[in-house]
Ligand binder design. Structure first.
Ligand code: C5P
Length: 229
């Protein structure tokens, strides 16, 4: 079976508060998304990287990576899950049993070692796998009054990162199921879970942060300067 990659990049980055969506902000000599795509292109097994863009996006086409023979783009949707579904539908050459890596445009510090660990462990698992990181803070469940009701056992808690690796056919079916039943989907694994699956958690680097706030660019600059590989 072959390997494909999908990069949801159709978000407007409203939490970030910049004029330009966060994936196009400068970071260590290029833009955030160019680092995220470069990490995928360093994996020669990947056939094609399909990027989901906002309908009004005029920035992506200007980037050097837009000219790479393995990079294609498609118009995304109003929510991340919809962008991923539209990108998967546009991967016309993919077979149901092929594997797909879905990686956020906003995660520029992905290392080769994490990609390789995810591919190795995920393809040995019947369903697939995601990169994940352990929770380091003590976690509280709050009530409507913002009072701490209980402390959740953090040893059982993981933060879901990307890439996330699933079979093309199963991922499309899971996303369709969630859309038709109006189930909330914040990552591909949540769609697979609600479809009855149990994705494997592969412990990844804590450096694989999602750019969400301006400070995250400072942190990512330091990680990239130190070398994520
Ligand atoms: O907003 P959030 O940080 O969760 O976005 C994660 C990724 O999903 C980003 O790369 C963003 O561009 C993408 N996204 C998308 N389509 C949307 C919303 C977000 O592709 N409608």
């Amino acid at each position: 079976s072959r390997l494909w990659a999908v990069v949801p990049a159709a978000g407007r980055g409203s939490r970030f508060g910049a004029a330009l969506p966060k994936q196009y902000l400068p970071l260590a000599g290029k833009t955030v998304i160019e680092h995220s795509i470069a990490a995928l292109l360093r994996c020669p097994e990947i056939n094609e990287v399909l990027v989901a863009l906002h309908a009004d996006d005029k920035t992506f086409i200007e980037l050097a990576c837009a000219k790479h023979p393995k990079v294609k783009s498609v118009t995304g949707g109003l929510e991340r899950a919809e962008s991923v579904e539209l990108a998967l539908a546009a991967l016309t050459g993919a077979a149901a049993t092929d594997w797909v890596l879905v990686h956020d445009a906003a995660r520029p510090c992905l290392s080769d070692a994490d990609v390789q660990a995810l591919l190795l462990k995920g393809r040995e698992h019947p369903l697939g796998a995601i990169l994940a990181a352990r929770v380091v803070d003590t976690v509280k469940r709050g009530n409507a009054l913002r009072e701490a009701v209980e402390t959740v056992d953090r040893n059982a808690l993981w933060r879901a990162l990307t890439p996330q690796l699933f079979r093309y056919g199963e991922l499309r079916a899971a996303l369709k199921h969630c859309r038709e039943h109006a189930l909330p989907v914040t990552d591909e694994a949540s769609a697979m879970e609600q479809f009855g699956g149990r994705p494997l958690l592969v412990e990844g680097s804590h450096r694989n942060i999602k750019i969400t706030y301006p400070d995250d660019l400072t942190i990512a600059t330091a990680f990239l300067a130190g070398g994520v590989n």
